[in-house]
Design a protein around this ligand. Structure first.
Ligand code: NIG
Ligand code: FE
Length: 411
């Protein structure tokens, strides 16, 4: 089926050729076309151009986009949307003065979510997760990465990844999956972290690979969770089974995890609320994408990733939600883009680049997603009537989305 979007006020993020990611100062530029048309056929972007070259519309469904912007759907490269229940009690505990890490030390946090998930059936877990996925699709997310890491037993980790794979089959959104068995040390292994890592490396990773359940391997490299040496071990084990590294690092402390990720040619290093000159130097000249998660900073009240510093060092930057029950119970990429502008001082151009093409890169999807490019996947957002694209992050609390098309399907 052919779908023509006509009279588009401004078509955003148009790219010719095969641009994989956008670095540093180049992120200031968002290529656009005013008064444009865009032609989609089934799941593919066929062509676009200025209205005076608009093709014939016979046999084509037309959507009039007068006054509206059209842009590629968001690429959310970091989520944990497969989880069971919620942690609103910890939210209240934090309001009353407890710290995020203090709560974790008392058996709350990730271990609390793991307990809930282990007790939840696969079908119930699917139902809860599908509801979240539907919500974020309606908010304009067309490609999403989903992590395990709330199972912490072989059985429960596999259950999480099966649910993620089932979501990928049943929805038009493009899904990438990540094995995050090394998310926290389960209480049974409290005094024997190495034995848990044996389980992760010798049992979980081979099983996950055998069932082809994950694209990536991840670890929470952080004080009180896993060390740089543990990171080395888990990423090495994952790579042996074809899993590409992506890590949680520098959320609270910087102690060399970024360089370790780069050493393993990680596709992305995520969080980076604290970052040192050594971390920046390690990233320079690498293929690793730094990923900021500003709604995590917002929710926990922790520092924002110094995005300006990262861009001024000539590095690229991607933005993602981190949607999870503990640190970010929100999967709204529009809010992420707005918060990156408001709190990290990214310009709208930089934030949109970070949430589309650079997000696609951070989940290995630059060839098919993240820009309006002929031959790429037909996944676009049509906004409501807006004065300019800067209005999107400006109107941060309003939903400015009119229509979402994912893989050629109207949501
Ligand atoms: O990315 N930081 C590690 N993991 C998740 C949150 C875990 C949780 O609190 O449930 C994150 O923020
Ligand atoms: Fe995360």
């Amino acid at each position: 089926m052919k779908l023509l979007l006509s009279n588009i006020k401004e078509l955003l993020q148009i790219r010719e050729g095969n641009v994989q990611k956008i670095n540093g100062a180049d992120m200031k530029h968002l290529p656009t076309l005013k008064n444009a048309w865009l032609l989609l056929e089934s799941d593919t972007i066929i062509d676009f151009g200025p209205m005076d070259t608009c093709p014939e519309t016979e046999g084509t469904t037309v959507i009039d986009c007068s006054g509206k912007m059209v842009l590629p759907t968001w690429c959310d490269s970091h989520t944990h949307i497969v989880y069971a229940g919620n942690r609103e009690q910890e939210f209240v505990d934090r309001i009353n003065g407890l710290g995020y890490q203090e709560i974790a030390e008392k058996g709350g946090g990730i271990l609390n979510s793991a307990k809930k998930l282990q007790e939840t059936s696969e079908s119930e877990l699917y139902q809860q997760s599908a509801q979240r996925l539907e919500e974020v699709m309606a908010l304009g997310t067309g490609a999403i990465e989903i992590k395990s890491g709330y199972g912490l037993t072989t059985e429960a980790e596999i259950k999480m990844l099966r649910v993620a794979k089932q979501l990928a089959e049943n929805y038009p959104v493009t899904v990438k999956t990540t094995f995050l068995g090394a998310h926290a040390v389960p209480s049974e292994y409290k005094n024997n972290k190495d034995a848990y890592l044996d389980l992760v490396c010798d049992e979980m990773i081979p099983k996950v690979a055998e069932e082809n359940l994950a694209d990536y391997v991840d670890i929470f490299c952080e004080d009180g969770y896993f060390s740089v040496a543990d990171t080395d071990r888990v990423l090495t084990a994952g790579k042996k089974y074809g899993l590409i590294p992506k890590i949680h690092v520098n959320q609270f402390k910087a102690f060399g995890g970024v360089a370790e990720g780069v050493k393993h040619n990680a596709l992305s290093v995520d969080h980076l609320e604290v970052i040192t000159q050594e971390d920046i130097a390690a990233l320079q000249g690498s293929n690793t994408m730094p990923v900021a998660l500003p709604s995590c900073s917002y929710f926990l009240g922790i520092p924002y990733t110094p995005g300006r510093e990262i861009l001024e060092a000539g590095l690229p930057l991607a933005l993602a939600t981190d949607y999870n029950p503990g640190s970010t119970p929100s999967g709204n990429m529009n809010f992420v883009v707005a918060t990156a502008c408001i709190k990290m001082k990214l310009t709208p151009e930089e934030a949109i680049n970070a949430a589309t093409l650079n997000g696609a890169y951070a989940m290995g999807l630059s060839d098919s997603h993240g820009s309006i490019t002929r031959g790429k996947n037909a996944s676009v957002i049509i906004t409501k009537e807006v004065p300019s694209y800067g209005y999107l992050p400006y109107a941060f609390g309003s939903n400015m989305i009119d229509t979402v098309i994912i893989n050629g399907q109207k949501i």
